[in-house]
Write a protein that binds this ligand. Sequence first.
Ligand code: PMP
Length: 305
Amino acid sequence: MKESQFIWMDGKLIPWHEAKIHVLSHTLHYGNGVFEGTRAYKTDKGLAIFRLQDHTKRLLNSAKIVAIDCPYTQEELEKAQVELLRHNTFEGNVYLRPIIFLGYGVMGVYHKKAPVNVAIAAWEWGAYLGDEGLEKGIRVKTSSFVRNSIKSSFGKAKASANYLNSQMAKYEAISCGFEEALLVDDNGFVAEGSGECFFIVRDGVIITPPHDNSLESITQATVIELARSLGYEVIERRITRDEVYIADEAFFTGTAAEVTPVRELDFRIIGEGRRGPLTTLLQKTYFDVVNGRDPKFAKYLAYIQ
Ligand code: PMP
């Protein structure tokens, strides 16, 4: 991990190595915390955070879902993220990680008496699934783990606890020689990757599952908007595992993963076994937007002055 100089913690900028918490912090034991993953890109006009408002809104919504009262407003959190980037020096693109967690003071499962802490870190982070993955596509395994059921957890919260499911799926996929996991829901329909949303292309139509069992992904929404603006039909409907095998193209989307082609699922080659033409186009369009090269989508960029 490439360290930066400061981390924002409960209203103050603190040197990276001093941003510490107590070992008896509530979240560390019982897993209730929520976080975000946001990227800032080095554009020609300086560093710009992509969809800052949407990510901050989702962070606060996540906190609401898991019944944590965040002591900061949307505006304060947006300002804090901008401040943090202003005070650190970066050479490349940046990943921001705001987290709302329960701190030190009480033990026991009941969480409402625990103090609420907020921290935001930012560091330089390259392609999540590798530069080669972005170009050539990745190999994916359908997970033996079912995506967290909506009967007992909250898919619309970016909650730390949800990531045990993601982590076990990712661990299994990597251990089996793949690069990422694809998780299906209780009923066997494709839900999402361990940290990404999923798309297929069939006969020129772009298909992505609804959010029944997955995070409301900001990158997915962006890619849908871009695809439609390019004149493509996008359908949000359920996808089965065998439909992925016979798709022309498949790709993951996420803030960290950006637009990463999937070239293989469960030893079945998808399409030509490489980044497909529509995936290539959407990836390029997405990179143009986040890097500030598309004035039509300038509204999504918060520049750090
Ligand atoms: N699903 C999961 C489980 C994720 O962790 C992420 C990454 N935040 C996504 C989907 C994609 O969401 P976004 O595009 O908003 O980053």
